[in-house]
Design a protein around this ligand. Structure first.
Ligand code: ADP
Ligand code: MG
Length: 638
């Protein structure tokens, strides 16, 4: 008999989950190294597929996938694409061969439901089945499961993130945090390699594409910018190949495309595509219209041609991400490949063309995200979460001011978690209410941005204009969820709302909103850059001053003077600069003179974390620059 001896007092193990569109993975740290756990299929990759049988039992993974052809409408694939989507979202209708239930109430309309006759699960419930299965696998292998970190595409909006968190809870998991997939990948690479520099993470999965520009410095990750498209991936390559197959089969009209047929052809297309990763040609036998069969041939060169438009779309996102980070491709030290679709040889070649260098792929691109999630889960469980893992806001958040303008409170690309406060005053005499309209987007006018929430603070005593003071605080947590609080200072009246949009913002919308803002011309763009640079500078100034106060004993002779000089110069630049470049130059200067000091602070933080002295002291020391900060603006509000 094999005795399995384990410590009954061993604490539950934290786990990381990559909840992918196509495949999901659960991983944990074993002897300090990330390892993928074996799932119910006996493999690492669990197909993100859920089959709802007529009899009741729900199957997940490979077994579920085997029903895809026979019962495509009861076999839910790529459910991630539906997360946080409203029933009437055009994207919902465009995808898959599912039957959707008609919403029966307004609350119902907030989420799609799959009509299965016997049940009507939401995407959250379907995802929870995948998570439950992974949780069970982890329980079987680890005995106790602690908190979990679940990854999401960087481009996921609030509704999609909220839905993911809900799915985790529904699966009985203690969700410590959601983590952007590319950030997780960088964490896996960074911690293993201890490399400094600027990196791009190119993640092409089955259904999502993300590109992220990161700075890795002394174990500190900072996301400089993110971009991508949550409706682009290997599935689209399959669809392109499937179209060729269908025409070879003589299937031309929509009426001929029965769900069962589409499903068979898509599976064949995927197989052909994957085969072309290792071979130059592939042959597939397909059923022909009107009986018999036809042999379909595809060469790697033909596949390359078919996927060119898809690759070009990724290229555009890459260039935009670089532009947002204020970098050129040449400044990057490396490119990390993530996602199964990056195995396609043409994809790798394309990535090296776009960035001008060979991408890194030493960590399995299928597992790297789950590895990063496991590492992050461990860090959170051991309280050393201030690994300075910084994510950024995808779009600016602000409120509408008198006259329909927008006062940006948290600009796009602000690192999160983050907070900011703005102070407003009454516009008219005897104004007894403030209307607060929270908007998201880059345009100057509120009507061109997306409306997130509207609420009114009433009951303010009549005062002359400008007397009442309204503090509006925005805080975005690590999961990218926004909380807005408004407090009237003289009366203490307050109101708080959590902004959970009832429907998601599609990537096309994000793209469009960004594009609109860019179309507004170079001037607008430069003004935004300048205001971004100011905010960034202020954040850095605040962090530097805090660091000097807390760890002044770590300073070496002459260092304080050099830092003070740089701080002063940056302060002047913030107040007077007309162009972003003059501020960023001073930011770089300050970064240069504080680099060694920051390294010593990091060492100290790590030392104290290791010796178990956590709590406030350590937290303070390793506190990252993205803490709550206040920038005040005084504007009239209607
Ligand atoms: P997701 O993050 O969306 O769950 P994955 O990272 O698991 O997706 O990637 C899945 C995609 O990778 C699918 O489109 C699959 O066909 C593709 N893929 C997996 N292996 C290969 C391969 N050897 N060659 C080409 N594509 C592959
Ligand atoms: Mg993935």
């Amino acid at each position: 008999m094999l005795l399995d001896i384990f410590d009954p007092k061993a604490p539950p193990k934290p786990i990381g989950i990559d909840l992918g569109t196509t495949n999901s993975i659960v991983a944990t740290l074993r002897d300090g190294r990330p390892t993928a756990l074996t799932n119910c299929d006996g493999a690492s990759l669990l197909p993100s597929v859920v089959y709802y049988s007529h009899e009741g039992p729900i199957l997940v993974g490979r077994t579920a996938l085997s029903y895809a052809t026979r019962e495509p409408t009861r076999t839910i694939q790529s459910v991630k694409r539906f997360m946080g989507r409203a029933a009437d979202d055009p994207e919902t209708q465009r995808l898959g061969s599912y039957h959707f239930a008609m919403p029966t109430s307004d609350a119902d309309a907030k989420s799609v439901r799959f009509e299965l006759g016997t049940s009507r699960p939401t995407p959250v419930e379907v995802s929870a089945e995948i998570l439950k299965s992974l949780r069970q696998s982890a329980l079987d292998q680890l005995r106790g499961v602690g908190g979990v970190v679940i990854t999401v595409p960087a481009y996921f909006d609030d509704a999609q993130r909220q839905a993911t968190k809900d799915a985790g809870r529904l699966a009985g998991l203690d969700v410590l945090r959601l983590l952007n997939e590319p950030t997780a990948a960088a964490l896996a690479y960074g911690l293993e390699k201890q490399k400094n520099g600027l990196f791009a993470v190119y993640d092409l999965g089955g259904g999502t594409f993300d590109v992220t520009i990161l700075r890795l410095e002394d174990g500190v990750f900072q996301v400089k910018s993110t971009g991508g498209d949550s409706a682009l991936g290997g599935d689209d390559m399959d669809r392109a190949v499937a179209e060729q197959m269908l025409s070879a089969m003589g299937v031309t009209t929509d009426a001929e495309r029965a769900p069962e047929l589409t499903s068979v052809v898509l599976a064949a297309a995927r197989k052909a595509k994957e085969a072309l990763t290792t071979q130059a040609n592939v042959e597939v036998e397909l059923p022909a219209k009107g009986g018999g069969s036809t042999v379909f041939r595809l060469s790697r060169a033909e596949l390359d041609q078919l996927i060119t438009p898809l690759l070009e779309r990724t290229g555009r996102s890459c260039r935009r991400a670089l532009r947002d980070a204020g970098l050129t491709a040449a400044e990057l030290d490396g490119v990390i490949l993530v996602g199964g679709a990056t195995r396609v040889p043409r994809v790798r070649a394309y990535v090296s063309e776009v960035f001008g260098k060979e991408p890194l792929a030493d960590i399995d691109p299928d597992l790297v995200v789950a590895y990063g999630a496991a590492i992050q889960a461990e860090l959170l469980a051991t309280q050393s979460d201030d690994v300075l893992l910084l994510d950024v806001l995808p779009l600016s958040l602000g409120i509408e001011t008198m006259g329909g303008g927008v006062d940006q409170i948290l600009p796009r690309n602000t690192t999160i978690p983050a907070g900011a406060k703005a102070t407003f005053t009454t516009y008219a005499d005897h104004q007894t209410g403030f209307e607060i309209h929270v908007v998201q987007g880059e345009r100057e006018l509120a009507k061109d941005c997306r409306s997130l929430a509207r609420f009114t603070l009433r009951g303010i005593p009549a005062m002359p204009a400008g007397m009442a003071r309204l503090d509006v605080t925005f805080s975005v947590d690590e999961n990218n969820l926004l909380n807005v609080t408004a407090v009237e200072r003289t009366t203490g009246l307050s109101q708080t709302i959590e902004v959970k949009p009832s429907y998601g913002l599609s990537d096309e919308e994000v793209e469009r909103m960004l594009e609109d803002a860019l179309d507004h011309g170079e001037e607008d763009f430069e003004a935004r850059r300048l205001s971004d640079a100011r905010v960034e500078a202020e954040r850095i100034l605040l962090a530097s001053r805090k660091a000097l106060a807390v760890d002044s004993d770590l300073l070496e002779a002459g260092e304080r003077e050099r830092i003070d000089a740089a701080i002063e110069a940056l302060g002047i630049a913030v107040a007077s600069a007309k162009a972003a470049a003059s501020i960023t130059a001073k930011i770089d200067w300050l970064a240069d003179v504080t680099h060694a000091f920051a390294g010593r602070r990091m060492d100290r933080a790590i030392q104290s974390a290791i010796s178990g002295k956590q709590l406030v002291d350590v937290e303070k020391r390793v506190e990252h620059a993205a803490g709550i900060e206040a920038h005040l603006s005084e504007k009239g509000l209607g």
